[in-house]
Design a binder for this molecule. Structure first.
Ligand SMILES: *Cc1c(COP(=O)(O)O)cnc(C)c1O
Length: 347
């Protein structure tokens, strides 16, 4: 059996159908608004998220940055989770490039921010305080076991935002995973958001690209910000073509990734020295704690690699495994066997 690469769903390859669509895409200069394939993808993305308009950008990080800079002025404050991708993994870009002040609230294990904590984080009108402008949620939540946020929860946070005159952004890098897991349309998860970003290049298997979705007025502002960040791409229809295939063909099958993640979690839960909470696994991300003994996550990851299984050490005693296309049950069986052998030799 070849390598099983569970480091991330970003290692997915474009499908044969995507490569064909890319080769044959009709293209134009998208900075002039003349790329028909980009326009088609943006209309599709707006439709799926129930927004007026959308904008293709180079990455999820750029999508979040464009949204933050479109919502906030320098010195404005943004409320977000202390485990969020925007706070943790984006170099503090909105602070470095936009002067936006992050106000973190603890993420609960299922990715939520307590409504009370969010409400308390909103600043009063006081000359000492920054002005609160934005609340950001993450769905699914990467560092919180890929947990999906429900429409009801999102609505409750939307209510807090509206009551306080704030915007709500959803980092929906994997929002299609959330929709499939919860059995709801994506637009039910985005109805309360002023902006939402999602990735084509993770479980949906496209090579490049994320979408920013919102009102027409918001997307017009976002388009200007994208340009100043150097993100105006010309014949981007070559990339958008793969994105259209991703949205048409790769969404419903995410359920297989979720089944495989649960199957992996159930299999690993029985291995001595591994700590896992299968109940938390509702999409495609599995966190594995290493307990007892003094073998580190790094040691286990290196040993697994020799068995043909690639995972990521995300803490001194924490490993991450992400399921994705075209990983099958037999690859997961191989992974569980490899973990069992490695934990025995590193007892
Ligand atoms: C991957 C990810 C991003 C960033 O996407 P890139 O395309 O890697 O820049 C943003 N938010 C979340 C939750 C992610 O998982």
């Amino acid at each position: 059996m070849g390598q099983v690469d569970l480091r991330s769903d970003t290692v997915t390859q474009p499908t044969p159908g995507m490569r064909r669509a890319m080769a044959e895409a009709r293209v134009g200069d998208d900075v002039f608004g003349e790329d028909p394939t980009v326009i088609e993808l943006e209309e599709m993305a707006a439709g799926r998220t129930g927004k007026e308009a959308s904008l293709l950008v180079a990455s999820g990080t750029m999508a979040n940055l464009v949204c933050q800079l479109s919502h906030c002025q320098r010195g404005d404050e943004m409320i977000l989770g202390d485990q969020s991708h925007m706070f943790y993994y984006e170099q503090g870009g909105s602070s470095a490039l936009g002067g936006i002040h992050p106000h973190t609230v603890p993420n609960q294990p299922d990715g939520r921010l307590s409504e009370e904590a969010v409400e308390n984080a909103v600043r009063a009108d006081d000359v000492h305080f920054p002005v609160t402008r934005l609340i950001a949620l993450e769905n699914t939540h990467n560092r919180c076991s890929g947990s999906p946020l429900s429409p009801e929860y999102t609505h409750a946070v939307g209510e807090i935002a509206r009551r306080n005159g704030l915007a709500l952004h959803i980092d929906g890098a994997r929002i299609f995973n959330a929709a499939i897991s919860l059995g709801v349309p994506v637009r039910d998860l985005t109805a309360d958001a002023d902006s939402v970003s999602f990735c084509l290049s993770k479980g949906l298997c496209a090579p490049v690209g994320s979408l920013v979705c919102g009102s027409r007025e918001f997307v017009n502002r976002a388009r200007r910000i994208r340009k100043v960040l150097g993100g105006g791409m010309r014949q981007a229809g070559v990339l958008a073509a793969a994105g259209i295939v991703a949205l048409d063909e790769m969404v419903d099958r995410l359920a297989e990734d979720h089944d495989n993640a649960r199957y992996l979690a159930d299999g690993l839960a029985g291995i001595s020295g591994l700590q896992i909470d299968p109940e938390l696994i509702r999409t495609n991300i599995v966190f594995i704690g290493i307990t007892g003994g003094n073998r580190s996550a790094g040691t286990i990851v290196r040993a697994l690699e020799k068995e043909g299984v690639r995972t990521l050490a995300v803490g001194p005693y924490k490993i991450r495994a992400v399921t994705h296309y075209p990983i099958q049950k037999e690859n997961i069986d191989h992974t569980i066997d490899a973990f069992a052998r490695v934990m025995k030799t590193h007892a």
